[in-house]
Design a protein around this ligand. Structure first.
Ligand code: HEM
Length: 359
């Protein structure tokens, strides 16, 4: 039993722990306000990258690549390797930018050298860590997309890192089981895999088939909509390039590119129902994406040691259309793969089949 003298001390200690520190709102030199003055530097970074990296706030190639880079830096994190006594990677530690010469050798990182080299000077100029910069640029880039998400941003990652071990970033040639196991090792569940793949709604490829650079994964690569989940479920009949490549699946529409991994995950009985659910409820899709990207951005870090600078991230503008079938398609072209719920009923845009332009 606790003594009478000890009990008040414990109660006092508990109330001290529970006390919330007063919010110190700060006004930065540019006049912006933020919850913490340590975040002021990020307004300068924001202005600089919107103008000089994202071509005035565009949801173009640099924004897409910056979102991809979040994943490739963070997911190289393996508690299984650590448990086996090896270095398991530092997660969202910026190692892909600090040790590009090593990590770019990983075939899963093909094509990322361009965005890494484009981003690095901004991180150095503003004296922020590579890990923080990668997360920030990804969050800002995706907020540039029409109807984009509000990805939270925490700052304060150290700039010390080691090169990530090879083989930890999923590839489009991997089986669904391998991908689930890999992200599972990093702490993500089956549904969280689907939630992070919402990213492919603002995406294109350059390296799987280099003959069709910029071939997008859906017909609206600047819109943060659910079209990727619709169009990835259409029956595949063609290739946008001259031949089917390793890691590619047949696509339903001229100009559009389909990764083999996306084709399989959309149709696998472990993931198909969640895939389809992304079409039915856009608010849910946004919220699940935001929550999963936040989790990715914290891999290898303790959130309580970082500063919440989310109020620097711009709020996306623009609207997106409700899910639709591209012109010339019908519900008969959908390969519905969820046994428990019917595929949402969608109408086709009027007109004939056209070609989706590269981005
Ligand atoms: C199953 C896991 C995943 C696989 C196998 C995969 C694979 C790929 C591949 C092969 C590309 C094309 C790269 C190129 O040729 O330029 C790509 C593009 C992209 N990926 Fe993923 N990805 C996965 C998950 C993710 C996640 C979790 C994110 C973000 C959170 C992401 C974001 C992107 C973006 C935004 C692009 C477009 C880049 C651009 O347009 O230049 N991917 N992905």
């Amino acid at each position: 039993m606790l003594s009478k003298t000890l009990l008040p001390l414990i109660v006092l200690a508990a109330s001290v722990t529970a006390a919330v520190p007063p919010t110190k709102r700060a006004t930065c030199s540019g006049g912006q306000t933020t919850a913490n003055e340590a975040c002021c530097v990020w307004f300068d970074v924001l202005d600089d990258i919107q103008e000089n990296l994202f071509s005035g706030g565009d949801c173009g190639d640099e924004a897409h690549e910056s979102l991809r880079l979040i994943f490739h830096d963070a997911i190289a994190f393996s508690p299984a390797l650590t448990a086996a006594g090896q270095f398991g990677g530092g997660g969202a530690d910026g190692s892909i930018m600090a040790h590009t010469d090593v990590e770019i050798q990983n075939p899963a990182n093909n094509g990322l050298d361009e965005i890494i080299e484009a981003q690095r000077p901004f991180a150095l100029k503003h004296n922020v860590s590579f890990g923080d910069f990668i997360q920030f640029a990804g969050a800002v880039g995706v907020a540039n997309c029409n109807g984009g998400p509000q990805v939270q941003f925490f700052a304060g990652r150290s700039n010390d890192s080691q090169a990530a071990p090879p083989g930890l970033v999923p590839q489009p040639t991997d089986s669904v089981t391998d991908i689930l196991n890999r992200v599972g090792d990093a702490g993500f569940s089956t549904v969280e895999l689907v939630w992070m793949l919402v990213s492919h709604t603002v995406a294109a490829q350059e390296t799987v088939d280099p003959s069709v650079p910029g071939a997008p994964f859906d017909s609206t690569p600047k819109d943060f909509d659910a079209q990727f989940f619709v169009e990835s479920m259409l029956n595949g009949t063609l290739t946008p390039g001259s031949a089917l490549q390793s890691g590619e699946a047949l696509s339903p529409y001229p100009g559009e590119f389909r990764l083999q991994s996306d084709a399989l995950i959309g149709r696998d009985n472990r993931t198909a129902c969640e895939w389809q659910k992304m079409i039915a409820d856009r608010a849910n899709m946004l919220q699940k994406f935001e929550q999963t990207v936040l989790k990715l951005s914290l891999l290898g870090f303790d959130q309580s040691t970082l500063t919440n600078c989310s109020d620097v991230i711009p709020i996306a503008t623009g609207t997106v259309a409700d899910p639709f079938l591209p012109a010339g398609m019908s519900m008969d072209d959908i390969e519905a793969s969820c046994d428990s719920t019917p595929f949402p009923s969608l109408s086709a845009v009027p007109g004939p089949v056209t070609t989706i332009p590269a981005i």
